[in-house]
Design a protein around this ligand. Structure first.
Ligand code: UD1
Ligand code: MG
Length: 419
């Protein structure tokens, strides 16, 4: 309690305020540039064979939709962040000032990790990499960040919640495990957004909701003791939101462009970076509650206990122009015990719907809806128009990702931690 009373009301000085205003100004310009660039460049992407069919449209095979447009947002974002370096560190540039080398390295490492991930995401869009490779890419991209964390902080201790302290102690030093945890955060954030995808506007929409939540969280926390770390996060979130809004406008139903894996990886890595450097990775993960549920639900298919088709996105019923859950069919005898248990568990909890039938060769077959929360929503309230489905998924993100997190972080947490 004492710690809260001792906190300075605000440690943001005039220079920080100027930097925020500057950040907002160039972000608006950057956003407008992205808005202009997308229509100018999308034909070039199509010519370079970077396009896909919008699978949930009646005329899906007639129109080529430009893919990987997230790379435009990421490119402009990186340019804005390079400009911001000069401004953020400008006050330390006079000869008598002490230049904060550790902060500078942190900033550069964060950008390097994001840059690597954008490159790898674009490579994925061009080469269509295998899932095992996709899972590993963020691990390498997060290395610069982990090294800087090692050099600057070195702290690998976690404070345990109050109820377990009498048994397990006040805090634990996780050592190397803490670094494993941080790299897992990077792997999770990047892939979790990419597997909650397939409906127009969803990938970029969820990224913007998460970014806005982080921004609000940073603004609240700026009043506290660790304001420098939250300022750092703010400098990243403002341009991120500005550069991705134009992508959302054009990716919203009916999609004029696709964002590609580039945007999913770019967004995921940006969130991981600010969460790790800003020391709020646990709160940041709470903003991913819908993605965590979708990942847990996807485990049976991702790890091949149940067959995973190339696309798990919903299936269009062209007669009524509405989406139904997509289905995967396989022989019951191919299902191992663990696969069967998972199928039963998610069926009892109503996340999926399955049925058994006999095929022409008299074999027992299983037909199940794919294991994603997109299909779950359709199982519960479908069939739905694609735009309605996108809106419901955005609402889920806002309620279960953002509002619930703020409730946990500012109310429930007082039962588990001192401040
Ligand atoms: C992930 C999902 C896959 C889902 C796909 C949709 C897993 C394991 N993988 O794969 O199930 O089908 O994303 O993005 O969960 N598309 C649309 N409408 C959209 C978005 C995408 O039709 O609103 C189609 C387009 O044909 C587009 C393609 O999906 O070209 C992009 O798929 P891609 O991002 O390469 O799929 P993955 O990320 O590998
Ligand atoms: Mg994808």
């Amino acid at each position: 309690m004492k710690q809260i009373e001792d906190r300075p009301i605000s440690v943001i000085d005039h220079f920080d305020r100027f930097t925020i205003v500057f950040d907002i100004s160039i972000s608006i310009i950057g956003g407008l540039i992205v808005h202009q660039l997308i229509p100018m460049l999308k034909e070039k992407f199509i010519k370079a064979q970077l396009w896909g069919y919008d699978l949930n449209k009646r005329n899906s095979r007639e129109v080529k939709v430009a893919e990987s447009q997230g790379v435009i947002a990421a490119g402009i974002f990186l340019v804005l962040m390079f400009i911001m370096i000069a401004v953020v560190f400008a006050e330390h540039l006079h000869p008598e000032g002490v230049f904060p080398n550790h902060k500078f390295v942190e900033y550069l490492a964060a950008l390097l990790s994001i840059c690597c991930m954008v490159l790898l995401g674009f490579a994925d869009d061009v080469l269509d990499l295998r899932w095992s490779v996709k899972l590993l890419l963020p691990l390498f991209a997060s290395l610069p960040l982990l090294l800087v964390y090692f050099a600057n902080y070195h702290s690998t201790t976690i404070i345990l919640p109050k109820p377990v302290r009498p048994y397990l102690g006040q805090q634990w030093n996780l050592g190397i495990l803490y670094y494993v945890y941080m790299s897992m955060v990077a792997v999770f954030c990047t892939n979790a957004i990419n597997i909650l995808a397939g409906v127009n506007g969803l990938e970029v929409g969820q990224s913007i909701v998460i970014a806005c939540s982080i921004l609000v969280f940073n603004l609240i926390e700026l009043q506290g003791a660790n304001s420098e770390e939250h300022l750092f996060s703010l400098y990243f979130m403002i341009p991120f939101i500005a550069c991705t809004i134009p992508v959302l406008i054009r990716n919203w139903c009916p999609a004029e462009i696709f964002v590609g894996d580039t945007l999913c990886y770019f967004a995921g890595m940006t969130f991981a970076v600010v969460g790790i450097i800003g020391h709020f990775s646990k709160t940041m993960l709470l903003f991913f509650i819908p993605q965590i549920i979708n990942f847990l639900l996807s485990v049976p298919q991702l790890f091949k206990f149940i067959p995973c088709p190339r696309h798990r996105l919903p299936r269009l019923d062209p007669d009524v122009n509405k989406l139904n859950p997509s289905i995967v069919e396989f022989k019951k005898k191919d299902l191992k015990l663990l696969g069967w248990l998972m199928l039963r568990f998610f069926s009892i909890t109503k996340f999926i719907r399955y049925r058994e039938f006999t095929n022409n060769d008299n074999e027992i077959m299983i037909s199940t809806t794919n294991f994603t929360i997109i299909n779950t929503v359709l199982c519960w309230c479908g069939p739905l128009h694609e735009e309605t489905l996108s809106r419901i998924l955005m609402l889920i993100q806002i309620v279960f990702g953002s509002l619930l997190t703020f409730f946990i972080r500012y109310y429930l947490v007082t039962f588990f931690y001192d401040s």
